[in-house]
Design a protein around this ligand. Structure first.
Ligand code: FRU
Length: 485
């Protein structure tokens, strides 16, 4: 499998930095070539946040899955990305699939899914540990913990995530029953071996209430007294304001028992209501849960015109999650404030107004508090010459819409989410070259999406309403780029 030449690939990444093409983002992690997807192995180790990710360095298709790596202390300065692991043997010859990272006995260990197919296309999935060798910048592959899927479950058996409870070590992983019902399985370590405890039962375990045919990328997190099972179900039908993407990313919040193997939980809630968000992972470090997601969507490559330019997809910015009354709020990590260029900050302070506009430059952060006053319909438009993406709030419907029908290239359509804003609408928006992330009502909802302006035109923001708004206040900062060194 010499097709993966680490030296050559790493050199090519260095040559590709800083990015030249105007569709490349400035403060989102992405690669100069190839296809990236899920963040993997997120782990705080030795003073740094280590970020691995799925990466095909050889093309812009979902094949040749390797792990890329970068690291940061501050989410502004990053290590030059490198190839950390690639398929090498009969276990992972068809992909080093997703997995987690853990700091253990002074080592940065990873735990990933080895994907292999035989001549007939029959899949096997083994779960294997590895150790990241800092000097070499590469993962040494260690023992296989689980060689194959257990009886009753198919080979859609992947994406392990290690966690601890009461001094014991466990992992969950995404699985599918033979009846094609998505679920998670739990393993526990016992005398150096991994025993299968079984399926973590939820309200969807009953086959009548089946929730998708496969669950990918699970994680079991602790928020105070609460257990949160994050996962990505596949095969959920869209509703008007829910599940609008092909595949979802969300969570159940509740309490897990590993004696009864049950999770008592509330309803499934989505983590992001934009077009381009999937397979998130979380760093749990010093009391913070910092999420990174994949900005992209499986099986929709045609929505992303950068493929013709040699690369596909980004990771989201780091977001800090908090659980309040059973709901996860997301906010951009405070470290990102370091990207603000003070000298370019614009104060917005308008009373009794129907319009506000501003130029956004190469990358901007917009913070807006809108006292809606007499206005019922509010529109924030990002204009790229004649093209535009519109964020609309309809007060009577309590509905927020993200509308990309005014763009020419890439995925279009609308995404809608129920959002309760009584008198005050608060929006926090990061507009990168093509990647946009928005936080609404102080993080109650988040949305990630791409726009690909056809012409080389920097965006102008215009805010308008159908009647005078009582006041609009806030700030716009031009943002600096993150660095790769
Ligand atoms: C999610 C996923 C994972 C898998 C990986 C392969 O996007 O399908 O389930 O491990 O991507 O790239």
């Amino acid at each position: 499998m010499e097709k993966f030449d680490k030296k050559e690939i790493d050199a090519k990444v260095r040559e590709g930095m800083p990015f030249a093409h105007r569709w490349h983002n400035r403060f989102h992690i992405e690669m100069p070539f190839g296809l990236i997807n899920d963040p993997n192995g997120l782990c705080y180790y030795n003073g740094e946040y280590h970020i691995f990710f799925q990466w095909n360095p050889l093309g812009t298709v979902h094949k040749n899955k390797c792990w890329g790596h970068t690291a940061t202390r501050d989410f502004v300065n990053y290590a030059m990305p490198t190839l950390a692991m690639h398929p090498t043997d009969e276990h992972d010859k068809d992909g080093c699939y997703s997995g987690c990272g853990l700091s253990e006995n002074g080592n940065l260990r990873v735990f990933y899914t080895c994907n292999a197919k035989d001549e007939q296309g029959v899949r096997t999935a083994a779960q294997r540990f590895g150790t990241y060798m800092i000097k070499e910048g590469a993962i040494r592959k260690d023992e296989i913990a689980v060689p194959h899927n257990p009886p009753g479950f198919t080979a859609h058996f992947r994406d392990p995530y290690v966690f601890y409870r009461n001094g014991q070590k466990y992992f969950v992983l995404g699985a599918q029953t033979e009846k094609e019902r998505g679920c998670v399985l739990v393993y526990r370590e016992k005398e150096g071996k991994w025993e299968l405890l079984g399926e973590l039962k939820t309200k969807t375990t009953d086959s009548e209430k089946k929730f998708g045919y496969m669950w990918e990328c699970p994680a079991l997190l602790k928020f105070g007294e609460y257990d949160v099972l994050m996962f990505c179900p596949q095969g959920i039908e869209a509703h008007d304001y829910k599940y609008q993407n092909e595949y979802q990313s969300g969570y159940f919040a509740g309490h897990a028992s590993f004696d009864s193997m049950e999770l008592y939980h509330g309803r499934f809630q989505e983590l992001d209501c934009g077009f381009d968000f999937y397979a998130p992972q979380v760093f749990a470090h010093e009391g913070r849960h910092i999420l990174l997601g994949w900005m992209g969507m499986p099986d929709h490559d045609a929505d992303y015109p950068t493929a013709e330019k040699g690369w596909l997809f980004s990771l989201t910015m780091p977001r800090v999650l908090t659980l309040r009354q059973g709901h996860i709020f997301s906010k951009p990590a405070k470290e990102l404030k370091a990207l603000r260029m003070e000298e370019s900050a614009v104060d917005i302070d308008a009373q009794e107004t129907q319009t506000v506009s501003a130029s956004l430059g190469e990358g901007a952060e917009i913070l807006l508090d809108i006292a809606m006053g007499k206005a019922h319909n509010i529109e924030l438009s990002l204009n790229y010459g004649l093209e535009k993406t519109v964020i609309r709030y309809e007060r009577s419907e309590q509905l927020l819409t993200i509308d990309r029908t005014g763009m020419k290239l890439g995925g279009r359509g609308v995404r809608r989410v129920k959002l309760f804003a009584d008198k005050l609408l608060s929006l926090h928006i990061f507009v990168d070259r093509t990647a946009i992330e928005m936080f609404m009502q102080h993080g109650e909802e988040a949305a990630s999406f791409f726009v690909f302006p056809e012409k080389n035109i920097l965006p102008e923001m215009s805010l308008s309403a159908d009647a005078p708004m009582e006041s609009v206040s806030g700030r716009i900062w031009e943002l600096d780029a993150i660095n790769f060194r």
